[in-house]
Ligand binder design. Structure first.
Ligand code: CAA
Length: 387
């Protein structure tokens, strides 16, 4: 066992750090304020290969590994978590599914533009009445008598990048009597008739990552855009989330790291009672706890990324590893950003510094791609074999 990064991994980490600190960090506060989708920097990220890190070069990607993906995600998210969300959804919730289940035609049409950064993708699982209980979706896809297409009707909510997405990987019920085995996955083009977007959600954090409801009204989906087989959709959705949760874990580590580094600087500079506050044991205790939690979260995240390829090659799931990383890293991000605001005192609460933004951004990592409660349920089910 060794902890060194390969040359390729070091290269993507350095490239992501440089891009994030030079291009994203300076505009993060402004984007948080305006809630504007950062199309320009997202396009630049695409040109650097960040929108298709694990996708082979033949399909427009950077052809790197899952470790490279989490290293990039940490760097981007340390500058701005909203960019992290957009990039993670493209990479893990979309590209992964098509790479694993897509036909050659689907890869050419739906993967190449997204992996090369020319198009933006979304993932449509959640509905107004089904968040954690994802099987309970109502969006219905009915196959035509000649089998040439599906008519899709329904509503999806909390769709990340929904307001700007060119494509959406959408899950719908094809057999209402079959429960989880009656759900199928479809690749939709958002410029087609029958697809509409609701208002952008006003959010607590990751405000520049646009989120909205989308509605399908007699959307005609050609049968060749079914991803995988009919009835395989829920398995596809969950398998993809096993990858997505690693991206969110890396995002949480990035947010926590940014808050920690700011706190270290502040603790060294800020004086109280004639001495830097970092010399006080109550601040030192916070610094030590922040540091070790971030390191543990990063190691769990890297292990989950490392095991992803290994598990796939062996035909195994990476569920426990991904959920463990996501659970621990998101709770770490909350712990660290909370402590960082406290260390900064009044300045931590001020919008003139990024601490309160880190704190607001961190919260979503405990909610999306499965709440912390769902991660605990998933881990415990895997461990005990009981449900
Ligand atoms: N990989 C492959 N298959 C899986 C799987 C996985 N990780 N997890 C479950 N399955 C399969 C099961 O084996 C089962 O298949 P069989 O019927 O063939 O045995 C089937 O799926 C149903 O599984 P369960 O019986 O466990 O389903 P459940 O309803 O009891 O619970 C759940 C499932 C774990 C609670 C799941 O619904 C879940 O993860 N919920 C959270 C949903 C979520 O994370 N939503 C996030 C939305 S996306 C998002 O947030 C994106 C964004 O904005 C950035």
């Amino acid at each position: 066992m060794h902890f060194e990064l390969t040359e390729d991994q070091q290269m993507i980490q350095a490239a992501a750090r440089e891009f994030a600190q030079k291009e994203i960090a300076p505009i993060a506060a402004e984007l948080d304020e305006s809630g504007e989708f950062p199309l320009e920097t997202i396009r630049q990220a695409g040109q650097l290969g960040f929108m298709g890190i694990e996708v082979p070069e033949t399909y427009g990607g950077a052809e790197l590994d899952s470790i490279g993906f989490v290293l990039m995600m940490e760097e981007i998210s340390a500058a701005d978590a909203a960019h992290g969300t957009i990039i993670s959804v493209n990479n893990s919730l979309y590209n992964n599914g098509i790479l694993q289940y897509g036909t050659e035609e689907q890869k050419q049409k739906f993967l190449v533009p997204v992996a090369s950064g020319d198009a933006i993708a979304a993932y449509g699982l959640t509905e107004p009445q089904s968040g954690s209980d994802a099987v309970n979706m109502r969006t219905r896809a009915v196959r035509s008598a000649d089998g040439s297409h599906y008519t899709i009707n329904g509503k999806k909510s909390w769709i990340t990048s929904g307001p700007v997405a060119d494509f959406i990987l959408l899950f719908a019920v094809t057999d209402p009597d079959a429960g989880a085995r009656g759900i199928s996955a479809f690749l939709l083009e958002t410029d087609q008739e029958g697809f509409s977007r609701g208002k952008t959600e006003p959010k607590l954090g990751i405000r520049a990552s646009a989120t909205c409801e989308v509605e399908l009204n007699d959307y005609q989906c050609p049968a060749e855009n079914l991803l995988g087989n009919e009835g395989e959709g829920f398995k596809i959705a969950m398998g993809i989330l096993d990858a997505g949760r690693i991206g969110i874990a890396a995002q949480a580590v990035g947010i926590a790291r940014a808050a920690y580094e700011a706190s270290l600087d502040y603790a060294r500079d800020r004086k109280a009672f004639g001495t830097p506050i970092g010399g006080f044991q109550m601040i030192q205790s916070k610094i030590a706890d922040m540091k070790i939690r971030i390191e543990a979260a990063r190691l769990l995240t890297l292990r989950a990324a490392w095991n992803k390829t290994r598990a796939a090659a062996a035909g195994l799931r990476n569920t426990t590893e991904a959920s463990s990383a996501k659970l621990f890293a998101s709770e770490t991000a909350m712990f660290v950003t909370h402590a960082a605001v406290q260390i900064h005192g009044g300045m931590g609460y001020s919008r003139e510094m990024p601490l309160e933004r880190y704190f607001r951004d961190a919260k979503i990592t405990e909610i999306y791609e499965g709440t912390s409660e769902i991660q605990r349920l998933v881990i415990a089910r895997q461990e005990t074999g009981l449900r």
